[in-house]
Design a binder for this molecule. Structure first.
Ligand code: CAA
Length: 380
């Protein structure tokens, strides 16, 4: 473990911190309240290189490492976890997957615009009956000459209605189970592509989560990512990296909860002195800070393994499991420290709790992270 950051890392961290303070902070509460998607901010994130951070410059990306990505994710999510997930999906699930597994033609046609932030991407794996059980795909892609006909429904798709490009997993041969799933690039506006229900959510309300429907969408075979039957491996490998991004998002929420608690406890007086002088508050803050730092080290460790091209799936699962748990705990403690003020909208900590909860659910629930970690240890 090398905990030091290089000059590029520090510059990225500072740029993200400033962008979050100047652009996201002034509107984050209102966008949460009114469920408004941050179109302008996402455009600016593209211009800053934050929408394709790990993608090579030749494909429109910023050519940075995973460490830079998690530093930016933490800063953005500390202020606005909705912007964090929009960025995370485009970076780690869409652009990373396309650069790692796409053909040169797919990179030219899709990756350059996605990584430079000119277009936005979504990743469609989950279905009404395939959440944790991701291999149980009911959406089908039936071969028709040089095309596939795509039919089915995808649920809880982040960036679903705002995305220009969606990576869709579908069964090309249901009899083959996990080995019969393939991945495809689908363009918004293709005939038969439909955007269904917009979800009304507990948290990350400024992000876009919808159902997508596909009715005889005619996809060129050139839009298949990798071999026929390689879709589950593509999705799970891509999600290994996605989990590092979500762990960094959770870390940002936890850090925000800690900072709010420190500031409030110095300002709020009870029994004639700031509550920071009360041991009950000190212990909570000490525990929060320890969990936040442990989460950060797990996130950094997973990022560094990925940057060194070493196995990182288990480290990513550990980082996500621990950081998401920390985010929920820290936000709950922040509310407790703020007392009645913590329970109302004027103070941001109630949003932190609502935003934190999803980090224990999407890109693999905490139960799935336990399974991934246990399997790697036990070899079962
Ligand atoms: N990388 C590459 N391949 C992998 C892999 C990985 N990390 N994990 C498993 N595989 C391979 C396996 O080797 C296997 O292939 P073979 O048969 O050729 O060996 C195949 O994938 C199927 O794996 P399993 O047999 O282990 O499958 P399983 O049914 O037991 O499921 C699981 C494994 C870990 C539970 C997996 O299904 C999983 O991670 N589920 C959670 C899915 C998830 O994270 N969904 C999130 C949705 S996306 C989202 O939330 C995005 C958003 O919008 C924010």
């Amino acid at each position: 473990m090398e905990p030091t950051l290089n000059e590029t890392h520090l510059m990225i961290q500072e740029t993200a911190r400033k962008f979050a303070a100047d652009v996201l902070a002034p509107t984050a509460d209102e966008r949460d309240e009114k469920e408004i998607f941050p179109y302008d901010a996402v455009k600016q994130m593209g211009e800053l290189g934050f929408m394709g951070m790990m993608i090579s410059e030749q494909y429109g990306g910023a050519g940075l490492d995973t460490m830079s990505y998690v530093l930016a994710m933490e800063e953005i999510s500390k202020v606005d976890a909705s912007a964090g997930v929009i960025m995370s999906v485009n970076n780690s699930l869409v652009t990373w997957g396309l650069e790692a597994f796409g053909t040169e033609d797919q990179k030219q046609r899709y990756l350059i615009d996605l990584a430079s932030g000119k277009k936005l991407g979504a990743f469609a794996l989950s279905e009404p009956e395939a959440g944790s059980d991701a291999t149980n795909q009911r959406t089908t892609a039936t071969k028709d000459g040089d095309f596939y006909l795509l039919n089915g429904t995808k649920n809880w798709i982040t960036n679903g209605s705002t995305a220009d490009i969606v990576l869709v997993m579908a069964a090309t041969d249901r009899a083959k189970g996990a080995k019969g799933v393939s991945a495809f690039i689908v363009e918004k506006g293709m005939p038969g592509f439909g955007v269904g229900k917009k979800e009304r959510k507990l948290g990350i309300r400024s992000s876009d989560t919808v159902t997508l429907t596909f009715q005889d969408v005619r996809l060129p075979a050139a839009n298949r990512i990798g071999d026929e039957g390689a879709g589950i491996k593509f999705a799970l490998k891509t999600l290994d990296g996605g989990r590092i991004g979500i762990a960094a998002q959770a870390l940002g929420i936890a850090q925000a909860s800690l900072e709010a608690s420190i500031a409030y406890s110095k300002e709020r007086k009870a029994f004639d002195r700031p509550i920071a002088n009360l041991q009950a508050i000190q212990f909570k803050i000490a525990d929060m800070a320890t969990d936040v730092q442990a989460s950060r080290l797990l996130v950094w460790e997973a990022a560094r393994l990925k940057d060194r091209h070493e196995a990182y799936g288990t480290a990513a699962a550990m980082a996500k499991l621990y950081a998401s748990r920390t985010a929920v705990k820290a936000a709950l403690e922040a509310i407790q420290i703020h007392g009645g003020y913590g329970y109302v909208r004027e103070y941001k900590v109630e949003r932190y709790l609502r935003d934190a909860k999803i980090t224990e659910i999407y890109e693999g629930t905490s139960e799935i992270q336990h399974i991934v970690i246990a399997r790697s240890l036990l070899g079962v």
